[in-house]
Design a protein around this ligand. Structure first.
Ligand code: CA
Ligand code: CA
Ligand code: CA
Length: 271
């Protein structure tokens, strides 16, 4: 009896230590924001004050989005990043319909070191070969990226079908080549609430990347999360510090210790 209580206590402590992120990757935006349903600018504000985010919502009827055009149908509106000791979570809200003909959703890029090189990407759509802007992989795949597709803008309002500038490289679209390193999680949905005060339809996507799949030498560096669509007509990014990821708590270590004791004890009993 005492023995069982010890085990239950250990499991409870472990559960508690893993509970600091409440993000479930299921396409439900209410983990991140709590829109009132009537459409107001405050809808974009994340629920958790520890969530890093940026908002660039352009009104329906405005064509220019910087660097390109297309209005609400191409608006990259908000991006959110949350971390716990094991994962990076990224959410994006856009006016771009994932099933629209033409330019496809790009992939989420992660730049460690804020040096303009996006080391990692998480695939948002498995649509390889369906469009010139489609990348490789299936939704949720995490890649160590060697080549990104780059949209159609050398600079704001400077069109180039095959851009080469640092500006274009700073806003990568979909993963062109790389090595798959992990199965992450990815989900999306159409938002059925009015979000923000400027109108239009919105889609929500969220992703999880396991920190354990990434190069440990990069993890103490600040990183940026970025998203755009295949043309890069509009992009959005946010740059939190992964150094702010909480370390495993003493409770978690205590829990693991107790589990270890249990494992040893069971070994002795069965031998
Ligand atoms: Ca908008
Ligand atoms: Ca925008
Ligand atoms: Ca980098």
């Amino acid at each position: 009896m005492t023995f069982n209580k010890t085990l239950i206590g250990a499991l409870t402590l472990i559960a508690a230590s893993n509970a600091h992120s409440s993000i479930v990757v299921d396409g439900n935006w209410t983990d991140w924001i709590n829109p009132a349903g009537s459409g107001s600018a405050a809808d974009w504000t994340p629920i958790s004050s520890s969530t890093k985010y940026d908002v660039e919502d352009t009104a329906v009827g405005t064509s220019y989005l910087n660097p390109g055009y297309g209005g609400q149908a191409y608006d990259a509106e908000a991006i959110y990043v949350s971390t716990d000791s094991s994962n990076i979570y990224v959410a994006v809200i856009t006016g771009r319909d994932p099933n629209a003909a033409g330019w496809r959703w790009g992939d989420i890029g992660i730049d460690f070191g804020l040096d303009g090189t996006f080391e990692y990407g998480i695939v948002t759509r498995g649509d390889s070969g369906e469009h010139s802007s489609s990348g490789i992989g299936d939704a949720g795949d995490v890649y160590s990226v060697s080549e990104w597709n780059l949209g159609i803008w050398d600079a704001p309002d400077v069109h180039n079908a095959n851009p080469t500038t640092d500006y274009a490289k700073a806003h990568p679209t979909s993963i062109e080549a790389g090595t798959k390193i992990d199965d992450g999680d990815f989900a999306f949905s159409k938002v059925d609430f009015d979000i923000g005060g400027l109108g239009g339809d919105h889609w929500f996507m969220e992703a999880r990347i396991s920190v354990g799949s990434l190069d440990p030498n990069l993890l103490n560096q600040p990183f940026m999360a970025h998203w755009t669509m295949g043309c890069n007509n509009d992009w959005i990014q946010v740059d939190p510090l992964l150094g702010q990821v909480p370390e495993p708590t003493p409770f978690a270590l205590l829990g693991l210790g107790l589990l270890g004791m249990f494992a040893n004890k069971r070994k002795k009993q069965t031998s």
